[in-house]
Write a protein that binds this ligand. Structure first.
Ligand code: ADP
Length: 358
C-alpha cells in the first residue's frame, strides 16, 4: 500500500436542517490535498452531520461537495471512493480480523489474489500482521481500532473519514494511538478528516482545524493560529483558557484599561472602541513586590486568592482591582506565593491579543 495521489476536498456553502433545527449553516471549508484535518466543536455542534455528509449518508439542502475537483453531492456513498471509520468500529464479531479487513474487498469483487495481498498489506501497515486469524473480541480496544482503520484503508479510498476515532480508548492509549494514527496518515498521504470534541486531540495532531458551534464555522486555522489568534470569544474560550481585561482600543491602536494604569498595550487589530485584552494564564508573570522586574512588561498590583498545584505548574487565582485572573506559573520547586500574598502581575504586550467587548 503506497502513497496515493492526494486529493482536495471542497465543502461549499453547505446547509442542512432537520425540521426546525438548523444543524449546518452555510458551511464552507477547503481541505488541502494530503491534509490531516479536524472538525472540532462541542457536542451537538454538527460535526458528525458534516462528516456523514462527506460520506454520503445525508444530503445537504443547499451547497455542494467536491472531491478532487468532481462534484459528489449527488453521488451515492458506495460510489464516492471515501472510506469512513466509525466511532464504535463496527467490526463483525463472527469474522476473523483478516475476514473483517477483506470484507469490503470481497464486496467489490476483486480477484482473490488481490484481496489477499491488500488484506495482508493493510494489517501490516497497522502493525497487526500476525493477528489475522483472531476474532475482534480477542483484541484490545486499541487493536480493534486498528482493524477498523485497516479495513477502511484496504479499499484504498481517496479520502479517509474518522468519527471520534479515539473516544472509546482509555486516556493513556488515546494519547499513544493519536501519534500512531498521524504516522499512518503521513505514510499513506491520504487526505483525512476526523471529528473530535477533544480540543487537545485536535490541536495535537491536526494540520488544520475547523471549529464549529451551533452549525456555524467559527474559525478555520492551524492549531497555533486558533490558540494565538482566536477570532472571537467562543474560540478564545474553547481553545485553552483565557483571562479578559476590559478596556478600549483608540485610533492609534493602543489598548488602555483602568486596570493597567497609565501603560498602553499596542495592538495589531482593526478594532476601535470597547475591547477586552485576551491573556493566556501562562502569559502573565508573577513576582514578589520586592523582586527585580523587567521593564518590558506592564506590572500591576494584585493579591493571591487561591492556588492549586497541578504538577508541572502552579495555578494561581489572583485579584486586581476587584477583577479575578488565572495565572499559571511553571513549577521548579520554589515555595511560590501563598494565598493572601501581595504580588505583581507582569503583562507582556507581545503576548496579548484583543477581542471586541461582548
Ligand atoms: P456533533 O457531532 O457535533 O455532536 P451532530 O452532528 O451529531 O453533532 O448533531 C447536530 C445536531 O443535529 C444536534 O442538535 C442533533 O440533535 C441534530 N440531529 C442530528 N441528526 C439528526 C436527525 N437525524 N434528526 C434530527 N436531528 C438530528
Amino acid at each position: 500500500m503506497t502513497q496515493q495521489r492526494k486529493v482536495r476536498v471542497e465543502i461549499e456553502n453547505v446547509s442542512l436542517a432537520y425540521g426546525a433545527t438548523q444543524v449546518l449553516r452555510d458551511v464552507s471549508i477547503n481541505i488541502e490535498p494530503g491534509e490531516f484535518f479536524a472538525l472540532l466543536g462541542p457536542s451537538g455542534s454538527g460535526k458528525s452531520t458534516l462528516l456523514r455528509m462527506l460520506a454520503g449518508f445525508n444530503q445537504p439542502q443547499s451547497g455542494s461537495i467536491r472531491v478532487d475537483g468532481a462534484d459528489i453531492t449527488e453521488v451515492s456513498p458506495w460510489q464516492r471512493d471515501i472510506g469512513m471509520v466509525f466511532q464504535n468500529y463496527a467490526l463483525w464479531p463472527h469474522m476473523t480480523v483478516a475476514e473483517n479487513v477483506a470484507f469490503g474487498l470481497e464486496e467489490r469483487k476483486l480477484p482473490r489474489a488481490e484481496i489477499t495481498r491488500r488484506t495482508a498489506a493493510a494489517l501490516e501497515l497497522v502493525g497487526l500482521a500476525t493477528y489475522g486469524t483472531r476474532r475482534p473480541n480477542q483484541l484490545s480496544g486499541g487493536q480493534q481500532q486498528r482493524v477498523a482503520v485497516a479495513r477502511t484503508i484496504a479499499i484504498e479510498p481517496k479520502v479517509l473519514l474518522l468519527d471520534e476515532p479515539l473516544s472509546n480508548l482509555d486516556a493513556k492509549l488515546r494519547v499513544h494511538m493519536r501519534t500512531e494514527l498521524l504516522a499512518l496518515q503521513r505514510k499513506l498521504g491520504i487526505t483525512t478528516i476526523f471529528v473530535t470534541h477533544d480540543q487537545e486531540e485536535a490541536l495535537s495532531i491536526a494540520d488544520r482545524v475547523a471549529v464549529l458551534d451551533a452549525g456555524v464555522i467559527q474559525q478555520v486555522g492551524t492549531p497555533t493560529e486558533l490558540y494565538d489568534r482566536p477570532v472571537n470569544r467562543f474560540i478564545a474560550n474553547f481553545i485553552g483558557s483565557i483571562n479578559l481585561l476590559p478596556g478600549s482600543v483608540d485610533t492609534a491602536k493602543q489598548f488602555t484599561s483602568p486596570l493597567l494604569g497609565t501603560r498602553a498595550v499596542p495592538v495589531n487589530a482593526t478594532l476601535i472602541g470597547d475591547a477586552d485584552l485576551v491573556l493566556r494564564p501562562h502569559a502573565i508573570q508573577l513576582a514578589a513586590p520586592d523582586a527585580a522586574r523587567p521593564e518590558s512588561l506592564i506590572w500591576i498590583d494584585a493579591a493571591v486568592k487561591e492556588r492549586e498545584f497541578l504538577g508541572e505548574f502552579m495555578r494561581y487565582r489572583v485579584e486586581t482591582a476587584g477583577h479575578a485572573l488565572t495565572v499559571d506559573v511553571p513549577h521548579f520547586g520554589s515555595a511560590g506565593h501563598a494565598p493572601g500574598a501581595a504580588v505583581k502581575l507582569g503583562i507582556d504586550p507581545a503576548k496579548a491579543t484583543v477581542l471586541p467587548a461582548a
